[in-house]
Design a protein around this ligand. Structure first.
Ligand code: NAG
Ligand code: NAG
Ligand code: NAG
Ligand code: NAG
Length: 719
């Protein structure tokens, strides 16, 4: 592909030609154009009613243009214009159609492509601009020469604006336009733009036809090359949400959010009983090691949708995750209509597996929807399936983004190479400052497709390959090639997308290590559900003077930490302690494993900073801590090993001590006694932390564990 070719490809994908009136409209909507608008006739050639065509017609009808559509239903023989030149068919059809208008001197003909064009102003404006151009024929202009760049030398120079002819749109008097197309005697597969270009570059013809180019884009706004700047998300939004374009769009045509036009098309599932709900085929793709996979399946199980209406297909390339998949299948598999798993042994590549999933729906006429979801998607909204179905779009993705980041599962625009470009409204859409249903050129990670689309239109088996493009880009490329629109909705909160960047699988409970990479999911999984309310309500129990007691960890956090330590297994025996602990010491030896031994030091520090420090400042006013601690460890008490701890001070300004299992169930006895106050906490609650000053006043002892095994996590903060 050479450079120009690529540019052209984007040109065809996106609505690059927009008929607009750039400057005048805001001031003078009421001015009558010098030419009555009855004299304007719009022609377009469309062999298929693609989504792009529908959008074109919608905008034309909105502005009351009279449009004659030529070629509908005719087989397209104009070549594949996205891959090579072509389009001659359009000229042949137009020539035929214009014959009967050839003598109508007052009639003005506008010819435009329809798949990638929308009208952004009405006939009056258009005619006024044409009149001001003072030529009989005006062609759209663009900055790139196509298809024959050798012709560049023959092009007149322009001082300002775009120099080259673009045949995607032209306007002129009927006799002149007919004269323009009349000489066409080439084949359908020959290039229309080359034909018009040669006419324009012939000085005699240029003068006799009185042709000019719309160099300054006063009539034809070509977004080519400016895609990133122009907020395509809104330009191509189905609702014609044209209100965001600043200078480009007159304020009078705003369509504020609410977007009633789209709402007309939605359906409601509210009245449906479970068995009347459509059958959804869910394809789940585990293509890389991913944190929180168990939580993914938990959310899947909890979706608000009858399982008997769901079929599940799982592609898993990771042996590490087989346990999670099988746990799901064993516990819940029989509740679903069908479950099919393709595991790592089958060595099926990502794209092939995705094709396979889609094909299962395509082959099954009872499959109403195909829901593709990657394992890193957090399906937080339990109603996601119903909400998406109700929007009633052929291909629709819920907007999800990375927690507090702008990284999301759609692109608002493409650059000239077909890669990401930021559209002007991208940030507003991600942050839900603008809410709606958006037509976008790229979606990924999670989307819903209507079964009928797969069964009738997207019958081409291989949707996930396209040259050397990645799977996700191939998919979008192929969908765009078919002239089918992809939508993203941010009308609801749907969930988020995990970062899989720093996920390692060398521990037993690897999710514990995700506190920095995926803080929200880490918190959901590991921080006690009532932790946030103790901060908000400032209620901390105080069982002994200056000893605070509060919920901090979930059961899962406690269990995972204990299991991780037992899995590591190298409990201290007391005598090797000095070697292991650098920069600090314990006053009284315990049977323990330090966080740094399992490589959890950094993560634990972050935990202290994020979750402990704010509380400290709450209860010990005036003391500000960065919660620095190099003594962080899990202690194990057993009657036959070490049941208790003699009275001691801690090497800390303050200490936290989290109970990791259940008193009275996992062990008997245990607790902590503060000697100076003769005050004990005898039934520590699992997941709750004790926080107390380390030295001087809070001389304390560990009370004997009389049976079972007791675990606590301890940090000496600010030594
Ligand atoms: C289009 O025509 C209808 C009916 O005549 C009119 O109500 C509407 O305002 C027109 N639209 C525009 C954009 O001029
Ligand atoms: C085009 O025609 C207009 C009148 O219709 C005339 O004023 C103008 O000079 C012509 N331009 C050229 C380049 O022939
Ligand atoms: C959180 O607090 C509520 C209200 O006090 C209580 O019902 C609930 O059990 C608590 N959650 C846990 C996990 O302890
Ligand atoms: C400590 O408290 C216990 C009961 O709570 C009491 O029996 C004991 O006498 C107290 N000891 C001292 C030294 O006050």
């Amino acid at each position: 592909m050479n450079r120009v070719r690529r540019v052209y490809l984007v040109f065809l994908i996106l609505p690059v030609l927009i008929l607009i009136s750039q400057f005048l409209v805001c001031k003078s909507e009421t001015q009558e154009s010098p030419v009555p608008k009855e004299n304007l006739l719009v022609f377009t050639v469309a062999t298929k009613e693609t989504d792009g065509f529908t959008r074109f017609m919608r905008s034309a009808n909105f502005f009351n243009y009279t449009v004659k559509v030529l070629g509908l239903g005719e087989e397209w023989t104009g070549g594949d214009v996205t891959k090579s030149s072509g389009g001659g068919q359009k000229v042949r059809i137009l020539k035929q159609a214009l014959k009967s208008y050839a003598t109508e001197k007052e009639l003005i003909i506008l010819f435009v492509d329809s798949y990638d064009v929308i009208f952004a102003s009405g006939p009056d404006e258009l005619l006024k601009k044409f009149h001001q151009a003072k030529h009989n024929v005006v062609f759209a202009a663009e900055g790139f020469i196509w298809p024959n760049h050798h012709l560049e030398v023959q092009y007149p120079h322009v001082r300002e604006g775009k120099r080259f002819l673009n045949s995607g749109g032209f306007i002129g008097f009927a006799p002149n336009i007919y004269e323009l197309v009349e000489p066409w005697d080439l084949q359908d597969k020959h290039d229309d733009q080359l034909f018009y270009t040669k006419t324009y570059l012939d000085p005699k013809k240029r003068a006799s036809l009185n042709i000019t180019l719309d160099h300054k884009c006063r009539i034809f706004q070509n977004l080519n090359g400016a895609l990133g700047m122009l907020g395509l998300g809104s330009w191509i939004g189905l609702c014609l949400q044209l209100n965001y374009m600043g200078n480009y769009i007159p304020k009078v045509w705003t369509f504020e959010t609410g977007c009633t036009e789209c709402d007309k098309d939605t359906i409601s599932l509210a009245e449906k009983t479970d068995s009347e709900l459509p059958t959804v085929f869910i394809g789940i793709f585990i293509e890389q090691p991913t944190p929180f996979v168990e939580n993914f399946f938990e959310r899947l199980v909890n979706l608000n949708y009858p399982k008997k209406q769901l079929q599940i297909f799982i592609h898993n390339t990771q042996t590490h995750h087989e346990q999670h998949v099988w746990q799901f299948v064993e516990q819940h598999g029989d509740k679903y209509q069908t479950v099919k798993v393709v595991g790592p042994d089958e060595e099926i590549a990502d794209a092939d597996a995705r094709n396979m999933g889609i094909d299962l729906c395509r082959q099954d006429v009872t499959c109403d929807y195909y829901f593709s979801v990657d394992i890193e998607v957090v399906l937080q909204n339990r109603d996601i399936l119903k909400l998406l179905i109700e929007q009633n779009r052929p291909i629709l993705a819920p907007l999800i983004s990375r927690h507090k980041k702008l990284w999301s599962n759609f692109w608002g625009a493409l650059d000239v190479d077909g890669y990401y470009a930021r559209s002007e409204d991208y940030v507003d859409i991600v942050q839900q400052r603008r809410v709606g249903l958006w037509n976008v050129p790229y979606i990924s990670s999670v989307y819903l497709m209507q079964g009928t689309l797969l069964q009738s239109v997207l019958t081409e088996k291989d949707l996930y390959h396209a040259g050397s493009l990645d799977t996700d880009m191939s998919f979008c490329h192929n969908i765009r090639e078919q002239g089918i629109f992809m939508y993203i909705t941010n009308r609801h909160e749907f969930g988020r997308i995990l970062s899989v960047a720093n996920y390692h699988t060398d521990h037993l409970h690897n999710d514990l290590w995700q506190i920095s990479e995926n803080p929200q999911d880490w918190e959901d999984k590991y921080i006690h559900e009532n932790y946030s309310s103790i901060i908000e309500n400032k209620i901390l129990l105080q069982p002994c003077p200056d000893v605070y007691w509060f919920p901090i960890f979930t059961e899962q956090a406690c269990d995972d930490i204990v299991e991780e330590m037992e899995h590591y297994g190298q409990w201290s025996t007391g005598d090797n302690r000095d070697i292991r602990i650098q920069g600090g010491y314990e006053n009284v030896p315990t049977i323990d494993i330090h966080m740094n031994q399992i490589g959890y030091e950094k993560e634990w520090q972050r935990f202290l900073r994020e979750y402990i420090a704010p509380l400290t400042e709450e209860v010990y006013p005036g003391y500000y801590t960065k919660a620095f601690s190099f003594l962080n460890f899990v202690v194990r008490y057993k009657p036959e090993e070490q049941p208790s701890l003699e009275p001691h001070h801690d090497a800390s300004t303050f200490t936290i001590n989290v109970a990791l299992n259940r008193a009275g169930v996992d062990y008997e006895g245990g607790g902590c006694r503060f000697i100076r106050y003769n005050c004990s906490i005898q039934a520590p609650r699992k997941g709750w932390a004790l926080m107390h000053p380390g030295r001087l006043t809070h001389y304390h002892e560990g009370l004997p564990t009389t049976s079972g095994t007791r675990y606590i996590a301890v940090s000496f903060v600010d030594p």
